[in-house]
Design a protein around this ligand. Structure first.
Ligand SMILES: C[S@@+](CC[C@H](N)C(=O)[O-])C[C@H]1O[C@@H](n2cnc3c(N)ncnc32)[C@H](O)[C@@H]1O
Length: 222
């Protein structure tokens, strides 16, 4: 059956056809396309809403409930740590709560030999970090696990940029699990009760002149 021409189909008894008749005719003949577009629109809405819900859930879980925002250290802070050469060139460097792992990648690019391992529990920075590692071919391992599982006893250097309220407990963990002499760098916030070997300054995330606290693990007093 041949498809009627628009003019024939829509011309009424008066012999004239209107724009609305034309449109109705067009819609009737293209219903399948309209259903398909509806399907695409609904799929887009569902996927966007699901992604937003995941991001909000992740933000809630990490940023609000646990109170640790996935904010990266500032470039000047990491560059200062590199320029001051506080970490040994050889040996394992850990980032406790590494976010996307960019600080470790920057240290690697500056010529450090590593190995480098970052621990991160939040899904989004973890996925972004893994993707960047793949794109840049950086030999930085990012583990989606609580940093209490890190191999502290093998580390030569430990980097952290965490909220002050976490630092007393993290300080105890580092002191009991790490080897004497391990270099510990706490960006922007001091570890309570620890005596810094050096305090550097650079423009940070929380302050124009943020402090970078450099420590060395000491023998435990018994
Ligand atoms: C402020 S960001 C620092 C990111 C990175 N270290 C940097 O300097 O660019 C802190 C990160 O620590 C992560 N974090 C907090 N507690 C953690 C834990 N117990 N184990 C692993 N990651 C943790 C958070 O999800 C957040 O991404």
């Amino acid at each position: 059956m041949s498809r009627p021409c628009i003019n024939e189909a829509t011309r009424g008894s008066t012999g004239r056809f209107s724009v609305s008749d034309d449109l109705r005719f067009y819609l009737a003949y293209n219903l399948h396309m309209i259903y398909f577009l509806w399907f695409v629109l609904i799929a887009l809405i569902v996927s966007t809403t699901t992604s937003l819900a995941l991001i909000l859930n992740e933000t809630w879980r990490i940023t609000i409930r646990r109170g640790v925002p996935a904010v990266s250290s500032s470039w000047p802070v990491v560059d200062k740590v590199i320029k001051a050469q506080v970490f040994p060139r050889e040996g394992l460097i850990l980032d406790l709560g590494c976010g996307t792992g960019w600080a470790l990648r920057r240290i690697w690019r500056a010529g450090y030999n590593g190995p480098f391992i970052g621990y991160e529990t939040a899904l989004l920075p973890y996925l972004v970090g893994r993707s960047w590692n793949w794109i840049t071919r950086a030999p930085v391992k990012i583990v989606r696990q609580d940093f209490s599982a890190a191999p502290f006893e093998k580390a030569k250097g430990i980097y952290l940029f965490l909220l002050p309220r976490m630092l007393p407990e993290v300080g105890k963990m580092i002191a009991t699990k790490s080897r004497v002499g391990t270099v510990v760098v706490s960006a922007e916030f001091a570890i309570p009760g620890w005596e810094a070997e050096k305090v550097l300054e650079a423009r940070g995330v929380t302050a124009r002149q943020a402090k970078i606290h450099v420590y060395r693990v000491k023998a435990q007093e018994s």
